[in-house]
Design a protein around this ligand. Structure first.
Ligand code: PHE
Length: 335
């Protein structure tokens, strides 16, 4: 009897060690430990043995059962956790899973493209602080305190003299303050305004441009911006210069491009005008040169500032500015 039992145990151990998946393991359990399993049946027979054999064999049978049950539990754990060399969950023949690769945000992509276009024309990329002195954001741009132009750019005041910049134009002043002409810079960055609705967000992006040298004319401004529009939106994109006003440029012009949505016929996006405004520009106002000690009789220059979200919307045909800031992966994965 004893030999029979040990032989049974040995066989069972051999079998459980060869088990590769959970269904094989379950078969093992039924075969040995189930209600009609071999170990269970053996134990039922112990009652029929001679009285002097019963305790010895009974004890041994219990040990065998405990041993096999333990091995069964261990094997189950290993198979489920996928660890160990008989893990059924690891299939080396499955094709690999490609890790999700990140990419640049559409706004970053457009900023890079704009900067590249101007870099090729010889402009140098510079940056300025987001938290700006009132002096640079308004005062030195010929926007004195109480000037009505401040209303259009209501912003977040940190103290009476410190604001979150409302545009990238303060960088113009910072550049001219530290460098003598010729200067030609392009300055991307975040700007802030107390503005929030379907077409405005309290934070958005601009790219500023400034070029000052001897004999710079409005023709240079037109040529530079026309070349930019053609590189950005395609060589056959029509544009127009529309007279405008900024306290720090004179004369000033806004640039419109023919509506990319309707092709100029008039639609909701272009408010049925056929044209879309993409940037403000003009010849640097001599008043600004006084703040930075440039001689307005010797030097002249132009400046421009464009809204990046606007450009991105037109370039990619996006009709909702909020999409840029929602972190919606379905939207972002398209770029
Ligand atoms: N800073 C102006 C704005 O935010 C744009 C601009 C920049 C206009 C440079 C003229 C020259 O509206």
């Amino acid at each position: 009897m004893k030999d029979q039992l040990l032989e049974l145990e040995e066989r069972a151990i051999e079998e459980i060690e060869a088990v590769h998946d959970l269904s094989e393991l379950e078969k093992f359990r039924i075969k040995y430990l189930g209600k009609k399993g071999q170990v269970t049946s053996f134990m039922k027979n112990v009652g029929g043995l001679a009285p002097e054999e019963r305790p010895k064999i009974g004890k041994l049978a219990n040990l065998v059962k405990t041993n096999l049950s333990q091995r069964f539990q261990e094997a189950k754990k290993t198979l489920i956790s996928g660890k160990g060399d008989r893990a059924e969950l690891f299939d080396a023949t499955l094709p690999g899973r490609e890790p999700l690769r990140g990419h640049l945000h559409p706004i970053t992509l457009v900023i890079k493209e704009v900067c590249q276009i101007f870099s090729r024309m010889g402009f140098r990329v510079v940056k300025g602080p987001n938290v700006e002195l009132d002096y640079y954001n308004f005062e030195a741009l010929n926007i004195p305190k109480d000037h009505p132009a401040r209303d259009m750019q209501d912003t977040f005041y940190i103290s009476d003299n410190v604001v979150l910049r409302t545009h990238t134009s303060p960088i113009q002043v910072r550049v001219m303050e530290t460098r003598k002409p010729p200067v030609s810079v392009i300055a991307p960055g975040k700007v802030y305004r107390r503005d929030s609705d379907v077409s405005h967000t309290p934070m958005f992006h601009q790219v500023e441009g400034l070029l000052v040298d001897r004999d710079v004319s409005f023709g240079d401004l037109k040529g530079t911006l026309t070349s930019f529009v053609h590189q950005m939106f395609g060589g056959d994109t029509r544009l127009r210069f529309r007279p405008s006003f900024f306290p720090f440029t004179e004369p000033s012009a806004e640039v419109d491009i023919l509506c990319v949505i309707c092709g100029g016929k008039g639609c909701r996006t272009c408010a049925h005008t056929g044209w879309l405004e993409i940037l403000g520009s003009g010849m640097v106002d001599p008043e600004v040169y006084r703040f930075v000690d440039y001689d307005a009789d010797i030097y002249s220059g132009f400046a421009f500032g464009m809204g990046i979200e606007r450009i991105a919307m037109l370039k990619y045909g996006i009709d909702d500015i909020q999409l840029f800031f929602k972190n919606d992966m379905q939207f972002l994965r398209q770029f």
